[in-house]
Design a protein around this ligand. Structure first.
Ligand code: NCD
Length: 467
């Protein structure tokens, strides 16, 4: 099997079997590093890093050098044509004609998808804003599997900034797919975004239970669990005894504690002052609790003040090993996407990809996420907003670029009103009509003014006259 010419934009782009195959390839490469230096001879990797990076960029570049390939780099927006107002699609087309593969890091969410859509060569997302960081997820999973053999049934706690931490977003979906349970321990105000939870539950099954204040108090005050995701196969004790739940869940200990730094650079103002509010630092003292007896302590790095240096020598600390795994993992990925290595994909259980209808209505809404690539002035000249209809009750649209979801307030149908302007009516999206509109006929509005500006009149469901 070959992954030739494929891109890795989100972790959904690889099946569980393909991920396991990449891990075997990485193992083989790590064992014989010096024998890989002819695999990518003559190939060029473009490394475009428009946000700070040490590990990701250097490990990608080291990986390409170890494969015998070459690297071209643009790492400063100020020094590239993006500073002159060039669109991402133009940059992608140009770099696509110079190189064989692109690795891109960009602050806008969905930017890597735009590059992949326009470059004409494989593209790897090395982090797009607060959206995803799929190659970090690969080396996180690889680290856990190396230490614990399997992910199924493990309890993984995610700690810190779960709102903007892109590494946790791709990791959440991968852990669910491989059958691990997740304990969410966010810093106050930095909880996992709703669209991530919605996708987790609707696409991977299982449940997310919010932990009550009483349960939190009764449990372990060192361990601020906010919510617990249990896979469809896990014994489900939470609903039965909500106030005991945390203790029950923690009885067997935590298999991995994935710590993240506060992503201050993505704060919008709402979160200022929230960070580090009574939030425990992961240090020697915390790890003395029996819950952490066998816990792998992980961190994508860089650390700021959430992870103490006093545990660096502790055998549970995995973060430097994790970073070191970046080279063989990225070597395997580059070789696979460039088509210089083929491999057998093991038969591993993988939830089937879910497909949703696209929203086709005109006028289309714009993505409400201010960091989405689709609303940036340089990109709106050619990029049409694009949404999938991921739920009809409540009606929910998901941006194809940044994957933020939103619930429009009003709906109409092209079918019911075709050519009859006087009966063009809009309804509340919460009314039962929303469910009956076929995806290809759906039109959504966020305000009544917007609906009326397009010639629609309120139906009696939104206070109009019944006729
Ligand atoms: C992470 C990133 O850039 O998202 N770092 C990394 O790639 N190893 C985490 C972070 O910056 O906090």
């Amino acid at each position: 099997m070959s992954l030739k010419n494929r891109s890795l934009v989100t972790i959904d782009d690889l099946s569980n079997g393909e991920i396991m195959a990449l891990f075997s390839l990485a193992d083989a490469m790590a064992k014989n590093m010096s024998e890989q230096n002819n695999l990518c001879r003559g190939k060029i990797m473009a490394s475009l890093f428009f946000e700070p990076s040490t590990r990701t960029r250097l490990s990608f570049e080291a990986a390409m050098h170890r494969l015998g390939g070459s690297v071209i780099t643009a790492s400063d927006v100020g020094a590239s044509s993006l500073a002159k107002g060039e669109s991402i699609s133009d940059t992608a087309k140009i770099v696509g004609s110079y190189a064989d593969i692109i690795v891109i890091r960009h602050p806008w969410e969905g930017a890597a998808k735009v590059v992949a859509d326009y470059a004409g060569i494989p593209v790897i997302n090395a982090g797009d804003g607060g959206h995803q960081h799929p190659t970090q997820t690969l080396l996180d999973l690889y680290t856990i599997i190396k230490e614990r053999r399997d992910l199924k049934g493990l309890k993984i706690a995610l700690w810190g900034d779960l709102k903007y931490g892109r590494t946790t977003h791709s990791l959440i979906f991968a852990l669910a797919r491989f059958g691990a349970d997740i304990l969410f321990c966010p810093s106050p105000g930095l909880e996992v975004p709703e669209h991530v939870i919605d996708k987790l539950v609707t696409e991977y099954g299982g449940d997310v239970d919010m932990i009550s204040a009483t349960a939190k108090k009764n449990a372990n005050n060192l361990f601020p669990v906010d919510a617990i995701y249990t896979t469809p196969n896990s014994p489900h004790q939470l609903a039965m005894m909500p106030d005991m739940s945390v203790q029950v869940e923690l009885k067997g200990g935590v298999d991995a504690l994935y710590v993240t730094r506060t992503q201050k650079e993505r704060f919008t103002g709402k979160e200022e002052g929230q960070e580090r509010k009574r939030y425990p630092v992961v240090d020697k003292k915390l790890l003395q609790d029996k819950v952490f007896r066998k816990t792998l302590v992980m961190h994508p790095l860089p650390r700021v003040d959430e992870l103490a240096y006093d545990i660096d020598a502790d055998e549970r600390s995995m973060y430097f090993k994790q970073a070191a795994h970046g080279v063989p993992i990225r070597m395997a990925l580059l070789a696979a996407l460039l088509g210089v290595k083929e491999f057998d994909v093991p038969d591993v259980e993988s939830p089937p990809p879910v497909s949703y209808p696209y929203y086709q209505g005109q006028p289309g809404p714009v993505c409400p996420n201010p960091r989405c690539v689709s609303i940036q002035p340089t990109e709106t000249k050619y990029l049409k907003p694009s949404f999938k209809i991921v739920n009809t009750s409540p009606l929910t649209l998901r941006c194809t670029y940044c994957e933020h979801g939103f619930e429009p307030k009003y709906v109409a149908s092209t079918d019911w009103h075709e050519h009859k302007l006087d009966t063009k009516k809009y309804h509340s999206a919460a009314s039962h009509w929303a469910k009956y509109i076929r995806p290809e006929n759906l039109i959504v509005f966020n305000t009544e003014e917007e609906a009326e500006a397009h010639g629609y009149k309120p139906s009696h469901f939104v206070g109009g006259q019944r006729k």
